[in-house]
Design a binder for this molecule. Structure first.
Ligand code: AMP
Length: 142
């Protein structure tokens, strides 16, 4: 199964923030939207990604001063992305190997969604349940 299957269900909305916003503004947005990471966008598109872990690390390092610092100082610049045509199993490998839980989806250079590890797990559970159901039918009618 493919990344685009997940996007079909969850939609194409990507929450983003400018690089000169503060960590406090980023934390407010994460809280308000109930999400774990936001994409950092500039005029050229994808400039970075900022997750709740980055904010925790900054607070641990700078104390309350962290919240006034710009997102650009804390975000990860080298963002790993995937394509809608990638398989979900490939995406799981990327997340596990890179030790991150969010991956923006790019289609011909344009951002068309973001998949989190929660989306992947939800999808995997549904897939496993479907397989179990098919096995039950197979055994009952075999
Ligand atoms: P996460 O597990 O997504 O909360 O992120 C853990 C760390 O990986 C943080 O430093 C994030 O900035 C970074 N990160 C999250 N997603 C990505 C990604 N797709 N590519 C590169 N780094 C990422």
């Amino acid at each position: 199964m493919y990344v685009e299957t997940i996007l079909k269900d969850k939609g194409h909305n990507v929450v983003s923030i400018p690089a000169d916003a503060t960590l406090k503004q980023a934390a407010d947005l994460l809280g308000e939207k109930r999400i774990g990471a936001i994409v950092v966008a500039d005029k050229n598109g994808l400039a970075g990604i900022l997750s709740e872990r980055d904010i925790v690390r900054a607070v641990s390092k700078f104390g309350k001063d962290a919240l006034g610092k710009p997102v650009s100082e804390t975000m990860t610049r080298n963002v790993i992305t995937c394509a809608p045509s990638d398989t979900v199993d490939h995406l799981m490998g990327v997340m596990t190997g890179g030790r991150f839980r969010h991956v923006p989806v790019l289609d011909k250079g344009e951002m068309i969604g973001l998949v989190s590890i929660g989306d992947v797990v939800k999808y995997k559970i549904a897939e496993t349940e479907m397989e179990a159901e098919q096995l039950k039918i197979y055994i009952a009618t075999g």
